[in-house]
Design a protein around this ligand. Structure first.
Ligand SMILES: [Zn+2]
Length: 600
C-alpha cells in the first residue's frame, strides 16, 4: 500500500504568480538595473567612503542580492517541481542566465570590501547598525586571499553559470532519463534504489542487477561529466590558491582544514563500529555475509510501517513538541500554509530538499512522500531546515544563511528526536527492538556512509590531478572507500562499482557529504545532552538557531561545553560514537529476537 492519497502540492504564488507573470519580468529588469546602478555608484571608490556611507552600501547590496535570490529561488523551485515541462524549462533558463549577468555586476563589492584596511574594517563593525553584518563581513575577510581581480571574478561568475548548466544539467538530464528495466517494470533510478529497501529479497536482488546493468551502459558518460567538473574545479581552485580540493567547502563552512581532518580521522578510527553493525545485521537476516543489495533491507515489522499524511504530520509535530514547542509550532505552519510539495509525480525532481528562498518570503519543502519510515525521516529532516530558516529570518538576507555543517546538525537532530519518539511510543518487545535497530542503522549510515563518500571524493579529486580518470579507476576507488566503511560482513562485488554515479552531491556539490558526518555525530552529542539537561538547554538551542549565520559551528560546540572547557568537534564525535557502541552491544544480545526467517 502506498500512502499517496491527499498529498499536498505547493503553490509558488508567494514568490511569483507564474513563470510568465509580468511582475517576474519587471523584477528581472529592475534587479538588473539596480545591480548596474550599484556598480556605477560604488565600484572603485569604497575606500573613499565615510564609514556610515560604507554601511549604507552594504545594506544596498543586501537588498539587491535578496531580490536576485528571490528570482533564483523561484527558478530552482520551478525546476524542481515542474522542470521537465519545456515551457517551464525555458523560463528557468531565462531567469538563470539573466541572474548570472546581474550577479556578475556585483562581484566587485566583496572584493573591494575585502581589500579595506583592518582599521577601516574595525570602524565599519563599530558603526551603529553594523552588528548583524559582522558574520558576513567576517566571511568576506576570510576569503579575501582567494579572490581574483574584478574582471576575472566577473568572467568566472558568467562562465560558471554556463558550465554548471552544461555539465551539472547534463548529469541531471541523463539521470532523469535513465530507465531501469526491473521485474517490477521499467522505473527511474530513484525507484530502483528504493527497491533496495524492499522487504522482499527477490525484489532487492533483481533491482540491484538491473540497476548495475543500466549504470554500466552509461558509465562512460558519467565519468566524462565527472572529469569535466573536477577539471573545472581544479582550475578555479588553482587560480584562487586553494591547495586542497575540499578547501573551498571548508571556507564556506568556516572550518579550518585541520578541524575537518580531525573529525574524519575520529570517524575513521571508529569504523569497526560500522563493521560490527553489518555483522549484526547479517545475523538478523539469517546470513553470514550480506550482499550489497541486502545492506538496507528492512526488518519486516519496520517495512510494514506506513504513515498516511495526516498521521505523519501528527507524529512529526508531536516528536518536535518533545524538543521544543516553538519548533513544533513553526513546523506546523508548513502544513497549514501549504509550504510542502509532497506528492510524487512525473517531471518532479527525486529526493527531498528544503529551499530557503529569502527571509522576506518563507522556505518551501519539495519531497516525494510515499508513507515509509524513510519518508517520515526525510520530512522531519527538511522541516528542521525550514524551521531553522524561519527562526533565522530576522537577521536579514546576508546573515540568515547558515554554514552547511551546522544546518545538517539541526536536521540530523530532528531525525534522532523522531526516531527516539517512535521507539518510546512502541510497546517494549520485538517492535521496540526493531525500531532501536532502525535508529542504529540510520546513525551508522548518516555518519559512516557519508564519511566513505567524502573519502571517495578526496581520492578521485587527488588522482584527477595526474590526468583523466577512467571509469574502471573511479569504480575501483568507490569500491575501496565503501569496503573500508562496511567491512567484511558486506560483499561488494563489481556490480556495485558504478553506484557512485547515483550520488548527486558528488556532481552538484563537491565535498558537501562531510557536512552529514559532522551533523550526525554532533546531533548525537546534542541529543545526549538534551536528555540530561532538558528544557534549559533546549531553550539555548532555539536561541542559537535564531542567530542564523551569526552562529557557526563553534557556537554549537560551546553549547556542549562547560564554563572552562569547550570540546573539539572531533572529541564530541568520538564520545557520541562510543555511545552508539553501547547500542550495538545491547542489540548484539538480541540477535535471536530480531532474526528473520532466512532471506532467500
Ligand atoms: Zn539537509
Amino acid at each position: 500500500m502506498e500512502a499517496t492519497n491527499h498529498l499536498p502540492w505547493c503553490d509558488l504564488g508567494d514568490l511569483y504568480p507564474g513563470p510568465n507573470a509580468p511582475s517576474l519580468f519587471a523584477d528581472l529588469d529592475e534587479v538588473g538595473r539596480a545591480a548596474k546602478a550599484f556598480r556605477e555608484r560604488y565600484s572603485g571608490c569604497l575606500a573613499l567612503l565615510a564609514t556610515p556611507a560604507l554601511l549604507g552600501a552594504v545594506q544596498a547590496y543586501e537588498q539587491i542580492a535578496e531580490r536576485a535570490a528571490r528570482l533564483a529561488s523561484y527558478a530552482a523551485l520551478l525546476a524542481a517541481t515542474e522542470g521537465m515541462e519545456p515551457a517551464v524549462a525555458t523560463a528557468v533558463e531565462t531567469i538563470r542566465v539573466r541572474m548570472g549577468a546581474t550577479l556578475s555586476a556585483l562581484t566587485f563589492f566583496p572584493l573591494e570590501l575585502g581589500q579595506l584596511s583592518d582599521g577601516r574594517f574595525e570602524d565599519l563593525l563599530r558603526t551603529p547598525g553594523a552588528a548583524p553584518y559582522a558574520p558576513w563581513l567576517g566571511a568576506v575577510r576570510a576569503v579575501r586571499g582567494h579572490l581574483l581581480t574584478d574582471a576575472a571574478e566577473r568572467q568566472l561568475a558568467e562562465e560558471s553559470a554556463v558550465q554548471r548548466m552544461e555539465w551539472v544539467g547534463r548529469y541531471d538530464r541523463r539521470m532523469h532519463a535513465l530507465r531501469v528495466p526491473t521485474e517490477h517494470g521499467s522505473m527511474s533510478v530513484g525507484a530502483a534504489l528504493r527497491l533496495h529497501t524492499a522487504a522482499d529479497p527477490t525484489a532487492r536482488v533483481s533491482a540491484a542487477r538491473a540497476l548495475a546493468t543500466t549504470l554500466d551502459a552509461m558509465i562512460e558518460d558519467f565519468t566524462l561529466i565527472l572529469n569535466a567538473l573536477i577539471e573545472r574545479k581544479q582550475r578555479e581552485d588553482r587560480r584562487r590558491g586553494f591547495d586542497r580540493p575540499d578547501a573551498a567547502r571548508n571556507c564556506v563552512n568556516r572550518l579550518g582544514d585541520e578541524v575537518v581532518d580531525a573529525m574524519l580521522d575520529a570517524v575513521r578510527a571508529r569504523a569497526p563500529l560500522a563493521h560490527r553493525f553489518y555483522r549484526l545485521k547479517a545475523g538478523w537476516l539469517g546470513r553470514d555475509v550480506l550482499d550489497h543489495w541486502d545492506r538496507s533491507a528492512p526488518l519486516p515489522s519496520v517495512a510494514a510501517m506506513r504513515f498516511e499524511w495526516e498521521e505523519a504530520k501528527a507524529v512529526v509535530l508531536q516528536a518536535f513538541e518533545s524538543l521544543s514547542p516553538e519548533i513544533a509550532a513553526l513546523a506546523g505552519r508548513f502544513f497549514e500554509e501549504g509550504w510542502i510539495d509532497a506528492a510524487p509525480r512525473d517531471g518532479k525532481v527525486g529526493g527531498s530538499a528544503c529551499y530557503a528562498t529569502v527571509p522576506c518570503a518563507h522556505p518551501y519543502i519539495v519531497m516525494n512522500y510515499r508513507g515509509t519510515v524513510s519518508d517520515l525521516l526525510a520530512l522531519a529532516h527538511e522541516l528542521a531546515h525550514g524551521v531553522h530558516q524561519m527562526l533565522a529570518a530576522d537577521n536579514g538576507f546576508l546573515a540568515a544563511a547558515v554554514p552547511p555543517v551546522l544546518a545538517e546538525t539541526v536536521a540530523a537532530l530532528a531525525e534522532i528526536v523522531l526516531l527516539d519518539y517512535l521507539c518510546q511510543r512502541a510497546a517494549s518487545g520485538p517492535m521496540r527492538d526493531a525500531l532501536l535497530a532502525l535508529k542504529l542503522e540510520h546513525l551508522i549510515n548518516t555518519v559512516f556512509h557519508h564519511a566513505a563518500i567524502h573519502e571517495f571524493e578526496r581520492r578521485v579529486h587527488h588522482v584527477r590531478r595526474d590526468g583523466e580518470l577512467t571509469s574502471a579507476l573511479v569504480n575501483e576507488l568507490w569500491l575501496g572507500s565503501q569496503r573500508a566503511f562496511m567491512g567484511p560482513a558486506v560483499r561488494l562485488d563489481s556490480s556495485y562499482g558504478t553506484y557512485w554515479a547515483c550520488v548527486g552531491h558528488v556532481f552538484r556539490a563537491p565535498f558537501y557529504a562531510y557536512s552529514y558526518v559532522f551533523g550526525g555525530a554532533l546531533a548525537l552529542s546534542l541529543h545526549g545532552r538534551l536528555a540530561e539537561e532538558g528544557q534549559p538547554l533546549a531553550e539555548r538551542y532555539v536561541s542559537l538557531l535564531r542567530l542564523g549565520g551569526r552562529a557557526g559551528l563553534p557556537a554549537l560546540t560551546a553549547l556542549l561545553g562547560t564554563d572552562d572547557r569547550v570540546p573539539s568537534a572531533a572529541a564530541l564525535a568520538t564520545a557520541a560514537l562510543d555511545a552508539v557502541g553501547s547500542l550495538v552491544e545491547a542489540l548484539e544480545g538480541k540477535i535471536e529476537t530480531l532474526r528473520q526467517p532466512s532471506g532467500r
